[in-house]
Design a protein around this ligand. Structure first.
Ligand code: AKB
Length: 310
């Protein structure tokens, strides 16, 4: 990667990823982009307004900046998607299609994240394999399965160097998530530190995969720098570094904030989504093919989160 365009660079993952990319590849070699109206830090490095549904503008930016890689993060998440499925399809699928077409025409590399949402009922819940049943029940999940297949197709049919991971819930104290089902695992830390209590919209006993932001950022770089000959999987790799339910997370937080209280007010929409997702992923393909080695487990992440928020 020499000249990188990051879409959705003001979002939860995009805004932290771009900082690391600029450290590694040089400030002026990493172009941030987001829709007009989203807060952009123009002082931090080159930034362009881009709605990924606008194919012409995307192509113009690729040419203007002589891009060789697109890291395509712009997307709507699971809970927001259920409120407006039509908009999600237009943004997630329209955006990815435009990115792949621009990449095909210019021989660019593409990273695009899939998600644990690409799984659904019928998928093995524990140690979910890389290749298994994918019958999601959310529009977000449907867009992720379609996106994985589209990336696979562009790789096989046109030779576009497409790479991706299935992100679990991503936890950070620097940027807040928006519109996801796993967001509770971020909010709980802020409320624990600031109020000493949290009301969870996800029920006890609901396990989901999670990852700490520094590992989520590093895995994009590791995957994009991996030797293409070693990558057998072109749809999206299972990645995860921990799996917990709200009770387990609360118990870890109580090691640092003993008075922390957890209560529940379950949201049926997000609970149904969480219930349809795996409890824990098998990440062995990512380990074997490009050396995925996350650094943070639940204990290490909890220490860092609480320190960061305080
Ligand atoms: C969401 O909850 O929608 C996302 C995801 C797992 O893709 N965090």
């Amino acid at each position: 990667m020499k000249k990188i365009l990051v879409t959705g660079s003001t979002g939860q993952i995009g805004s932290e990823l771009i900082v690391r990319l600029r450290d590694l590849y040089g400030r002026d070699n990493v172009i941030g982009s987001a829709r007009k109206g989203l807060e952009a830090d123009f002082a931090a490095g080159p930034f362009e307004h881009l709605d990924v549904q606008d194919a012409k503008r995307l192509a113009e930016l690729a040419d203007k900046h002589q891009i060789d890689t697109i890291i395509h993060n712009a997307a709507m998440l699971s809970a927001t998607g259920e409120r407006n499925p039509q908009a999600l399809w237009a943004v997630n699928m329209g955006g990815l299609y435009n990115v792949l077409e621009v990449a095909r025409e210019r021989d660019l590399k593409v990273f695009t994240p899939s998600s644990i949402a690409a799984f659904g009922p019928g998928t093995p819940l524990h140690n979910t394999p890389q290749n298994t049943v994918q019958r999601p029940t959310t529009i977000y999940g449907v867009s992720k399965v379609a996106g994985e297949l589209l990336c696979d197709y562009y790789y096989k049919r046109f030779g576009v160097d497409t790479r991706g991971v299935r992100y679990p819930g991503i936890i950070s104290y620097k940027t807040l998530p928006g519109g996801g089902t796993t967001d509770y695992a971020v909010h709980i830390f802020f409320d624990a530190v600031k109020k000493g209590k949290y009301t969870s919209y996800i029920d006890k006993g609901t396990f989901m995969d999670m990852m700490y932001m520094p590992d989520a950022v590093e895995c994009v770089i590791d995957l994009m720098e991996a030797d293409p000959a070693k990558l057998k999987t072109r749809n999206a790799f299972n990645v995860s570094s921990m799996s917990f339910d709200p009770e387990m997370l609360a118990a870890e937080i109580r090691k640092h904030i003993p008075e922390f209280e957890l209560s529940y007010d379950v949201d049926p929409v997000r609970q149904a989504i969480a219930d349809s997702w795996p409890n824990s992923l098998d990440v062995s393909d990512a380990r074997e093919q490009w050396g995925f080695r996350p650094k943070y487990d639940l204990a290490a992440m909890t220490v860092d989160m609480i320190k960061g928020i305080r």
